[in-house]
Design a protein around this ligand. Structure first.
Ligand code: UDP
Length: 403
């Protein structure tokens, strides 16, 4: 099968940890690789955000296509909407040329707009994964939400116009149904984790042997709940908190949220326990997870959440907030503990209990590795997606037709 993946802002080749580069990039890269492993041909279309790379780049059998749409420079994803028409036009040119896909899989809503434009003109069916929903973002971020005002309306319209919508967790299904996406158009296919990269055995970054380590990882944005983890450290005077994410290396010190978090640590009198290390290359993430006694994942909301799953695959127990995909991946009391979001006290209590109980940590870790391997492989995700692609391929419209 020829599969086009559209990921306008999230290139599978980008370095991660910055404000707009995280889970979607990993998801697209791993999924594309798993589909290629199963004998399919995959092209990933992403916006050209620099002058340098050639139009096509090969990555583990996947072809990454840089689509010129807007200036060839890094731009915040919330300012990309005006370029999606151009993006769609370029897709039409390519799909009418020498490479016509059997299916287009759009990641994020703006990719969906470009894919739908191109799909309608070329007869290519479109599958949509939102990764994040405007309704949810607006609910939690209110006035701080910088998404284009039309996002929610576009997402609703997309859900009715595409051939299939992929939800990543049960919580997202509820949101999508509330948005008016017909249940018959929905398939639930969770993200995955690469259990060959994220393993319990392997190198570990050096750590202080005299105090426990709580690790927390993510794009340095407020909703990831790093401030709550910092406040929770008051309950753990003998532990350190390591925060991975943000700009790389010492440039993390210039990041406004990093500065806010340091002030938070001062105010909570835990500054000497908190360390911000900045972004870590994806290839080094396993050795950071392995260095921890526990991973704290404390987002206010979370569309899926690869970080808890990566920690589980490395055999590290997770204390997570009971939101979004985390309520599916982390089984409370079996592979980790779940606490309410935005409740540093509950987070502190759960972390303290787990750090004081090595037997519980060991049993959680064993069950977590099993669960990550059995239920969340990219191979499984790719197989389930192929079944969806084949089903929508059967609905394929003749070229040029408008649905
Ligand atoms: N990540 C990374 N380096 C960093 C911070 C994060 O490689 O410094 C990766 C992390 O391993 C995971 C992804 O970024 O694969 C974050 O995904 P998640 O779904 O947890 O959050 P999102 O970015 O989608 O909000």
């Amino acid at each position: 099968m020829r599969i086009a993946m559209i990921s306008e802002h999230a290139s599978p080749l980008a370095s991660l940890g910055g404000e707009d580069a995280g889970g979607q990039n990993t998801h697209v890269a791993e999924l594309a690789a798993a589909l290629v492993d199963q004998g399919h041909e995959v092209r990933v279309y992403t916006r050209r955000d620099a002058q340098e790379p050639p139009d096509l780049v090969r990555m583990d059998g996947v072809t990454v296509v840089y689509v010129p749409a807007g200036p060839p420079e890094a731009l915040p994803k919330d300012s990309l909407l005006p370029y999606m028409k151009d993006f769609g036009r370029r897709l039409v040119e390519q799909w009418r040329g020498d490479w016509t896909p059997d299916v287009a899989h759009a990641h994020f809503w703006m990719s969906g707009l470009a894919a739908l434009t191109a799909g309608r003109q070329t007869g290519v069916p479109v599958v949509q994964t939102y990764h994040a929903l405007g309704t949810v973002k607006r609910r939690y971020q209110g006035a701080a939400d910088t998404s284009p005002p039309k996002r929610i309306g576009y997402e609703r319209a997309l859900g009715r116009a595409v051939d299939r919508v992929i939800a990543q967790c049960q919580d997202e299904v509820r949101e999508l149904v509330r948005m008016g996406v017909p249940r018959s158009r929905l398939a639930v296919i969770p993200s995955g984790v690469n259990s060959e990269k994220f393993t319990p055995e392997g190198p570990t970054v050096p750590r202080d042997p005299n105090r426990s380590r709580v690790l927390t990882v993510g794009r340095l944005v407020e909703r990831k709940g790093f401030a709550d983890v910092i406040r929770a450290m008051r309950a753990l005077p003998d532990a350190e908190c390591v925060i991975v994410g943000g700009p790389p290396g010492s440039s993390v010190d210039d990041d406004p949220l990093a500065q806010k978090l340091r002030a938070e640590a001062e105010a909570a009198r835990v500054a000497d326990q908190v360390r911000l290390v900045g972004a870590v290359p994806a290839s080094e993430m396993p050795s950071w997870y392995r260095s921890a006694d526990v991973v704290a994942a404390a987002p206010w909301y979370e569309p899926f959440g690869l970080v808890p799953l990566e920690a589980m695959a490395c055999g590290i127990p997770v204390v997570g907030t009971a939101v979004g995909g985390i309520t599916d991946t982390v089984v409370d009391g079996l592979t980790g503990d779940l606490v309410p979001p935005r409740d540093p006290r509950a987070l502190g209590v759960a972390l303290r209990r787990l750090l004081a109980d090595p037997v519980r940590r060991f049993t959680y870790a064993t069950a977590a590795v099993d669960r990550a391997r059995q239920c969340y492989s990219w191979k499984r995700a790719a197989e389930q997606l192929i079944a969806v692609y084949e089903a929508v391929g059967g609905l394929r419209r003749p070229s040029g037709a408008v649905a």
